[in-house]
Design a protein around this ligand. Structure first.
Ligand SMILES: [Zn+2]
Length: 76
């Protein structure tokens, strides 16, 4: 999982490991997914997979993070 550090250090972007598409963001509220009018916020221990929305990519990105304790961490 690639990461980049935005202006707000408490917010991080979750990018597709293959093409770099923005899949979700992580901030104080948890993992935030937005697609059009859909918005989902997930908190706690997260073990999820996000498939890239780009039709020519569709890479499966594994996501493991804890948002309850300290700064979020993740591993792929
Ligand atoms: Zn992708």
């Amino acid at each position: 999982m690639k990461e980049r550090v935005p202006r707000n250090p408490r917010r991080r972007d979750v990018l597709c490991k293959a093409c770099g598409a923005l899949l979700a963001t992580i901030d104080d509220t948890g993992l935030v997914l937005r697609r059009g009018r859909l918005e989902a916020t997930v908190r706690g221990d997260i073990h999820a997979s996000i498939t890239c929305y780009r039709p020519w990519c569709q890479t499966r990105n594994a996501l493991n993070l804890k948002t309850d304790r300290g700064p979020p961490s993740e591993a792929t």
